[in-house]
Design a protein around this ligand. Structure first.
Ligand code: NI
Length: 431
């Protein structure tokens, strides 16, 4: 299957943030075969898309999410993190069944595809059901089972499940699913449990995903318990020798940032969730200055409350300007790179997140012929500061069109809303 998108503007989001006008893009199977000046093509294409007035860009990579938490959307708002987790989220999550997670994830994937996300990194439970939703929908995902040592068995069962999950699903769904191990956070995993996770990781050779330095409380708790910061604690536990995706990293000392830099820890910045839970503002401009890889995530829909990466990107660009009293920090180009290329690096999928020959065909076609996108001086600026999900004309993952003019082609939206609503009501009944 060969597709030609012709007469289009290409926002490559490559290292030079190159923009190609009057371009053609050719997709051969699952791969971008050509992205450059338009040509007179002699060969036959199975599909030709007229791109006049449109722009091709990489799909968004949501670097941190708990997809099935869509079921808790609007259930518990305006609470601090620990109270929100302990009183509202953990008790409800303990009632979850596989079918709940399946429909919650289907709802999340439908929302993500409709707003241009082509890959998401997830940490949750019943990961077989999450993987099933990913496989059916056609989206790409990096999946880990959330692990804590706080339960009766010290986390053994969860770790076994995560290990099985990696063995069964890593590289499956035509390579669209990759797996990680998901120790939840320094405050929910004992050091001895982290050692067990590391031993399993050695065998499986997959990255780790963890929440890190999310709140001031966490920093105080780890400091009181171990006498060091959460980042240094993970370093001392030997965790940073492995490839790590760390979500949040809000409260960091200069030494913490040096450690993150030294160990090439990948960070998922979640500005919406950090603001909504009153957790604080991550020092992203300084991390970027140090060359640390920072991607962008929404976190779960219970703390955001949507999974819209356009919004997250805009928030990231605006938030740090306000916090630093400096309009030059986090430019539109940087915010866009964080949501695509850098997020792809953060979730260890460097073959996505960019429009370039040889990369995976995970891309969006944006309709620029809109009043709020006129005039068109700077495409990156338009996307970050003015675009809306309804401007996304087409979403392609792995060379396959999954959403066209806002309509999902592989998913039944009405059925998903019906089941998700029903599951959420049942889950919360009597709480
Ligand atoms: Ni999270």
């Amino acid at each position: 299957m060969k597709t030609l998108i012709k007469n289009v503007t290409v926002l490559t989001v490559n290292k030079d943030n190159e923009i190609i006008s009057n371009a053609d893009v050719v997709i051969d199977g699952q791969i971008i075969a050509y992205a450059g000046p338009k040509k007179q093509w002699q060969e036959e294409f199975s599909q030709v898309i007229e791109g006049q007035g449109n722009m091709v860009m990489p799909g968004f990579v949501n670097a941190h999410c708990h997809a099935a938490m869509t079921l808790f959307r609007s259930y518990a708002d305006d609470l601090p993190l620990m109270e929100w987790l302990e009183k509202k989220i953990f008790p409800t999550e303990s009632r979850l069944q596989g079918e709940d997670v399946y429909w919650g994830t289907m709802l999340a994937i439908a929302e993500m595809l409709k707003s241009g996300t082509t890959t998401f990194a997830d940490m949750y439970f019943f990961m077989d059901d999450v993987a099933r939703a990913v496989e059916e929908s056609g989206i790409r995902a990096v999946l880990s089972r959330g692990l804590t040592s706080t339960g009766n068995d010290g986390g053994e069962e969860g770790l076994r499940e995560n290990e099985e999950f990696v063995k069964n699903w890593h590289g499956k769904a035509d390579g669209r699913i990759t797996a990680m191990l998901g120790p939840h956070a320094p405050y929910t995993c004992s050091v001895s449990f982290l050692q067990k996770v590391l031993a399993v990781r050695e065998k499986l050779d997959v990255p780790l995903q963890i929440h890190l330095a999310e709140t001031h409380d966490e920093v105080e708790q780890i400091q009181a318990q171990y006498g060091v910061s959460p980042v240094k604690h993970l370093k001392n536990a030997g965790l940073l020798e492995s490839p790590v995706l760390a979500a949040h990293c809000v409260h960091l000392s200069t030494e913490d940032m040096e450690i993150l830099q030294e160990y090439d820890v990948r960070i998922a910045h979640n500005p919406g969730s950090n603001l909504k839970l009153g957790s604080g503002i991550a020092p992203v401009p300084e991390l970027l200055q140090r060359g640390v890889t920072v991607g962008l995530g929404t976190d779960g829909a219970a703390s955001n409350n949507n999974l819209d990466m356009l919004e997250e990107m805009r928030l990231a660009a605006l938030l740090h300007k306000g916090a630093c009293l400096d309009a030059t920090v986090i430019s539109a180009e940087e915010a866009l790179a964080m949501a695509t290329r850098e997020s792809a690096r953060a979730v260890f999928l460097p073959k996505t997140g960019m429009i370039s020959p040889g990369k995976k065909a995970d891309l969006l076609l944006i309709d620029l012929q809109k009043v709020h996108l006129t005039p068109r001086h700077n495409p990156a600026s338009l996307l970050v500061y003015a675009a809306q999900p309804s401007d996304i004309k087409m979403v392609m993952v792995d060379g396959k069109i999954l959403c066209r003019d806002g309509e999902l082609l592989t998913m039944d939206e009405e059925k998903i809303i019906y089941h998700a609503e029903k599951r959420a009501k049942h889950l919360l009944a009597g709480i």
